[in-house]
Design a protein around this ligand. Structure first.
Ligand SMILES: [Zn+2]
Length: 70
C-alpha cells in the first residue's frame, strides 16, 4: 500500500550515520548510512588520509536527530 493519507513526514529528521575505521591508518570516517551497512562489516572506501581506497570496518552506526529549534 502506498501513499496512505496517514503517512506524514515527521518533523524530526533522523539521519543515520555510519562510522567506519580505516584499517590502514586507523582513522575514523563517517558517511551517510546505507541500508546494507552493519557494525563490523568490512567495506572498501576512499580514505582521505591514505589518499587511496582502503579496507574499512564499520565501528558504529548511530542516528543524529536534527531537531528544529523554535
Ligand atoms: Zn586511511
Amino acid at each position: 500500500m502506498w501513499g496512505g493519507p496517514k503517512e506524514v513526514l515527521p518533523k524530526e529528521i533522523a539521519v543515520p550515520i555510519t562510522v567506519m575505521r580505516c584499517e590502514v591508518c586507523g582513522t575514523n570516517h563517517t558517511r551517510p548510512h546505507q541500508e546494507q551497512d552493519f557494525v563490523f562489516k568490512k567495506l572498501k572506501s576512499f580514505c582521505p588520509k591514505c589518499n587511496a581506497e582502503t579496507e574499512m570496518v564499520v565501528v558504529s552506526i548511530h542516528v543524529e536527530e536534527k531537531k528544529q529549534k523554535t
